[in-house]
Design a protein around this ligand. Structure first.
Ligand SMILES: [Zn+2]
Ligand SMILES: [Zn+2]
Length: 411
């Protein structure tokens, strides 16, 4: 779509389930076509976690061309850059994640992925486009700002670990970062709306791995063996009671077994079964109790069946907690820009995002920007092979991001 056609579409009447789009300033409007082109370019060549070298090159090249300061790679495949305001003041971090997912795209669009089995199915292509637009416009008007804006184009959000590596590489230092902001596009909410939540907003993800060992043998003489598949089946069912029977009704816990693998052949008693799963929690004490109860269940069930087990777990990022003060800033700007009806609240999301690692160290707010496709037939959840988002959210997101930066750096 050419920018002109795109602009015409921007002004087209809404369907009834849409929200009116808030007006954006001329400098943002002028970037509309470029933002869409950039997003589509990134969408065509998605890259998995820790492989974002092409994306890194695009980001480095643009930031250098626009004259930002301290433009350099960080954490292998990430990028950081700095905008120094005209007057001294606080330092704000803007974070955008860059990676795609191991999914074969099934959208029939001219900007569909050209990498077999890899797809931007979470909207991170949009996050990069918005952050680049923000870098350009903030850099252009840096003289009017008090303080600095640090950008981090973070690799490996989906596999987790990217945020942590950026922190270890010093992205929160020199200058020392005072606060952090970032957004995630949200294809479930209408364009022209934003979801802002104070306090715990996204879960801590804990991966679990369980290995159950029995004793192999001939399937026709089960009494001679210890069937790891029979034990594992009971373990899967019994684990469901950790949430239903060992968790208080007011606490939120998810426990899902996602993979199960074992056995060699139809007539052999399986010696070993390996399972992996995830636990999602919003509170460290609840996580501790859930892990303890889960292991108790695995230990008890396998012992009863004569099998043995190994249980391991890894929590890749903490609960994402939005700071009250920074959330108040986002909410104030959101009400001014989107109107009261455009500011939505939701229950904490059992999804996880390693933006949590930044927010554990500095106060900040991570919010969701509505980007629901206008055609009902094109609405699919994030991580779906037909996921797409309403590209009008790019300009809306850029304007809102600018307002947040101005709200924080020119109080
Ligand atoms: Zn995702
Ligand atoms: Zn995502």
């Amino acid at each position: 779509m050419t920018p002109d056609v795109y602009l015409a579409e921007l002004q087209a009447p809404m369907s009834t389930s849409s929200r009116p789009l808030p007006a954006v300033r001329p400098s943002v409007r002028k970037l509309t076509g470029e933002l869409v082109a950039l997003r589509r370019d990134l969408h065509r060549r998605p890259e998995l976690s820790w492989q974002e070298t092409g994306t890194q090159e695009v980001v480095l090249e643009r930031l250098r061309a626009w004259g930002l300061e301290d433009v350099r790679p960080i954490a292998d495949t990430g990028v950081t850059a700095l905008v120094h305001g005209g007057r001294p003041g606080r330092t704000l971090l803007w974070r955008a994640d860059m990676d795609a997912l191991p999914i074969q795209e099934r959208n029939d669009v001219e900007y569909a992925s050209t990498s077999p089995g890899v797809m931007h199915a979470c909207g991170h292509d949009g996050h990069v486009a918005i952050a680049l637009g923000l870098a350009r416009l903030v850099h252009d008007r840096r003289e009017s700002l008090e303080g600095s804006l640090r950008f981090v184009f973070q690799p490996a959000e989906e596999s987790a670990g990217g945020a942590q590596r950026c922190i270890e590489a010093g992205v929160l230092e020199a200058p020392s970062v005072d606060a952090a902001l970032g957004l995630h596009l949200d294809a479930d909410e209408p364009t022209g709306a934003v979801v802002v939540m104070a306090g715990p907003a996204m879960a801590a993800p804990t991966a679990i791995a369980i290995t159950i060992r029995g004793r192999g043998g001939h399937a026709a003489q089960p009494q001679e063996g210890i069937d790891a598949i029979a034990a594992a089946s009971q373990v899967v069912m019994a684990l469901q009671t950790v949430v239903s029977r060992s968790t208080g009704p007011a606490d939120t816990v998810v426990l899902t077994i996602g993979t199960i693998e074992g056995g060699e052949r139809h007539n052999i008693i399986a010696e070993q079964v390996r399972m992996t799963g995830t636990i999602r929690t919003f509170d460290a004490k609840v996580l501790e109790r859930t892990l303890r109860r889960a292991e108790d269940v695995v230990a008890g069930v396998t012992a009863a069946m004569g099998a043995t087990y190994e249980f391991s777990h890894y929590t890749s990022c903490p609960v994402l907690v939005n700071d009250a003060g920074m959330t108040a800033l986002v909410e104030r700007e959101a009400r001014a820009f989107f109107g009261d009806e455009g500011v939505l609240r939701r229950a904490p999301n059992t999804g996880a995002d390693d933006m949590a690692c930044f927010l554990e160290r500095v106060p900040g707010c991570y919010f969701f920007l509505g980007a629901r496709p206008r055609q009902r037939s094109r609405r699919f959840p994030h991580h779906h092979p037909r996921f797409d988002f309403d590209e009008r959210a790019l300009t809306v997101g850029l304007e809102f991001a600018l307002r947040l930066v101005e709200g924080y750096l020119s109080p």
